[in-house]
Write a protein that binds this ligand. Structure first.
Ligand SMILES: NC(=O)c1ccc[n+]([C@@H]2O[C@H](COP(=O)([O-])OP(=O)(O)OC[C@H]3O[C@@H](n4cnc5c(N)ncnc54)[C@H](OP(=O)(O)O)[C@@H]3O)[C@@H](O)[C@H]2O)c1
Length: 225
């Protein structure tokens, strides 16, 4: 049985992705921060951790290592959007965003690298906000953009480092998805248009079909960084 770790598995895109992988016969290790994953399944292992707290990241990594499953895939999905309406850069929110959305992701990934093997997949869930190629059309979401741009560089850097091990590392932008985070940036006239299940299918397709490492994907296509 194949094993995938999905962070941020309690809600939104993460929960839909848990359901997709379980339905496809995978073992899933799902993580959450505050809201436990509201489902029971014999192949689901649920673990709490705070990606913004280095001791919590170290603890969850050792719990996962102790499980001793070779890891076929890691989906770095957990994240926050703290500066939705801020048009002035707020250093406190930026620091917190970078801790959770960037440093915590890197810390967890690096600690788990010994569990991966040739063909294993790492997917960093990124965003159009993290694409330097997409023009900026509003003043807000500063810290979130910075974290996602930097996460993309981590994807490229890690892909380069792991090429001799035959591992595939990707960034994936899920589109504008109907989740708590997706709705937090909606307006009266503009709302998210994708279901979490569609994003979950994109992630599953990427993990099970893509062999080219170090790319940025959206809706099944490669996009410019
Ligand atoms: N929704 C969109 O339109 C959209 C667009 C582009 C990219 N994305 C990206 O897609 C990913 C998932 O987004 P989503 O919309 O599904 O978000 P969401 O519905 O807000 O869910 C966020 C998930 O992350 C977990 N989480 C939050 N802070 C955490 C922390 N400090 N430590 C560990 N886990 C934490 C939450 O756990 P609890 O439930 O326990 O709090 C929850 O499971 C994120 O990386 C986001 O940046 C989303």
């Amino acid at each position: 049985m194949k094993t995938v770790i999905i962070t941020g598995a309690s809600r939104g895109i993460g929960l839909a992705t848990v359901k997709k992988f379980l339905a496809e016969g995978w073992r899933v290790i799902g993580t959450y921060l505050n809201s436990p994953i509201d489902m029971n399944h014999p192949d689901l292992i649920s673990i709490q951790y705070d990606q913004g707290d280095s001791s919590s990241v170290a603890k969850v990594a050792s719990q996962i290592i102790d499980l001793a499953f070779p890891l076929d895939a890691l989906i770095n999905n957990a994240g926050v959007l703290l500066d939705t309406n801020d048009i002035v850069a707020d250093p406190i929110k930026i620091r917190k965003t970078l801790e959770i959305n960037l440093v915590g992701v890197i810390d967890l990934t690096e600690r788990l690298l010994p569990l991966f093997f040739k063909g294993s997949q790492i997917v960093n869930i990124d965003s159009g906000y993290g694409a330097m190629s997409i023009p900026i059309d509003d003043e807000s979401v500063i810290g979130y953009r910075l974290a996602k741009v930097a996460l993309n560089m981590y994807t490229r850097h890690l892909a380069f480092r792991l090429q001799t091990r035959g591992m595939v590392v990707s960034s994936l932008a899920p589109g504008w998805v109907k989740t708590d985070m997706g709705y937090s940036v909606s307006t009266e006239t503009e709302k998210p248009d994708r279901e979490p299940e569609q994003a979950a299918n994109d992630i599953f397709q990427l993990v099970t079909t893509v062999k080219e490492s170090g790319q940025f994907w959206k809706l099944g296509e490669k996009i410019a960084w």
